[in-house]
Ligand binder design. Structure first.
Ligand code: NAP
Length: 352
């Protein structure tokens, strides 16, 4: 269950997110240190932090817990969110001088000479993208940074960024109940870019997740993580916890195997399946009514509580429920996003 980020940085796919760890001196910090050490002991080789998390305090905590680092451990940090002044508000700020300064701070706090994977926490809309990424590239050339990643980007931003630098990873919010960034995941999968879903398990919920957890003798968090690992080989979840029991539970999800039927219950029908349904109606294998009921079930409010269909699935199911079937253009039409969009607009136009 390994993945080579940027084709070179080999990590275990199930990592650890350090964001929630308390950093103030005291028993809570000691517990946090114990959690991080246990994570590494259990084979975690990818730990995610950021300058934003405590203004560098989280990076320092990781160094206190783990330095000198074991071979193969990748601590990835993020830059590009800064305070407006001492004690001021945090805001997106990826001006070149801020990025350079935060990277220098991270090198010092993490006690490394090079950050193997550095992520731009957010694209700063007020600084030209070429300046933000150009600065990170200069830091790469200077040997202070290895690979580059982005966070919370759209497909369009990813495309534009890739015109400027090699992008090795993308970190967007994504979990079984929240698949808004499915198109970004797809773009990453096509390009072999690592996709680090943040908020991979929270919120824990959904009757389908609970039922599958019972079937497998697992927990809901484990089912959510197993779903992510099965969803795409480029997915590297970074669940976070301040408790050793939760850490052990989360890492054990790497061994959990969902059946294809269980995955479908969590994911909804894929486009090929919806298209097969069109073909079945046309060929008379199933009735139009039966197909409407099938599409209606996935689109129903009840089902929404269970799972969040991604945009393409919703469009395709809308099509199935609403289009004049003689207009069906033939196999393959659901595989092009442009065509799906065109058909969705057409369906909306006809429905008024
Ligand atoms: N790029 C970004 O903009 C961005 C934004 C947010 C986060 N992140 C990164 O992504 C990482 C993960 O995201 P996240 O912390 O938002 O979401 P998450 O890992 O899905 O959820 C963490 C929460 O779930 C709880 N939890 C963990 N394991 C559990 C289990 N087995 N059973 C029940 N509860 C469990 C934790 O509480 P306990 O401590 O009680 O276990 C914590 O409250 C962060 O650590 C951070 O590195 C990135």
């Amino acid at each position: 269950m390994d993945f080579r980020i940027g084709g070179q940085l080999e990590v275990r796919r199930l990592g650890f997110g350090a964001m929630h760890l308390p950093t103030e001196a005291g028993p809570a910090r000691e517990e946090a240190i114990a959690v991080v050490r246990r994570a590494v002991e259990l084979g975690v080789t990818l730990i995610d932090t950021a300058h934003l998390y405590g203004g560098g305090a989280n990076e320092e905590l990781l160094a206190s817990a783990l330095y000198p680092y074991p071979a193969g451990l990748v601590i990835t940090t993020k830059v590009g969110v800064a305070r407006t002044g001492p004690g001021g508000e945090w805001r997106l700020d990826a001006r070149p001088e801020i990025l350079r300064d935060q990277v220098e701070q991270a090198l010092r706090r993490l006690r490394v000479e090079r950050i193997e994977l550095l992520q731009l926490h957010r694209i700063d809309p007020e600084t030209p993208l070429a300046d933000q990424l150009g600065t990170l590239r200069e830091l790469q050339t200077a040997g202070k940074v290895g690979l580059l990643g982005l966070s919370e980007v759209t497909v369009d931003e990813l495309v534009r960024a890739r015109e400027i630098v090699d992008v090795a990873s993308v970190q967007n919010r994504y979990n079984v109940l929240d698949r808004e960034h499915e198109p970004v995941l797809r773009a990453c999968a096509e390009a072999g870019i690592a996709f680090l879903p943040w908020r991979p398990i929270a919120p824990i919920g959904g009757a389908a997740i609970g039922a599958i957890a019972v079937e497998l003798g697992a927990t809901a968090a484990q089912v959510s993580l197993a779903w992510l690992l099965a969803r795409s080989p480029v997915i590297l979840p970074i669940p976070g916890t301040g408790r050793i029991a939760h850490l052990e539970e989360n890492l054990a999800a790497a061994e959990l195997v969902l059946t294809p039927a269980q995955r479908r219950r969590l994911t909804g029908p894929d486009l090929a399946e919806i298209e097969a349904c069109f073909a079945d109606i046309l060929s008379g294998r199933i009735s139009r009514d039966a197909a409407d009921r099938w599409a209606g079930r996935w689109l129903s409010d009840d089902f929404r509580h269970e799972i969040d269909l991604d945009e393409d699935q919703r469009w395709a199911l809308d099509l199935l429920a609403g289009i004049d079937l003689p207009d069906w253009p033939g196999p393959g039409f659901l595989h092009s996003e442009d065509q799906i969009r065109g058909w969705r607009d057409e369906v909306r136009r006809r429905r008024g």
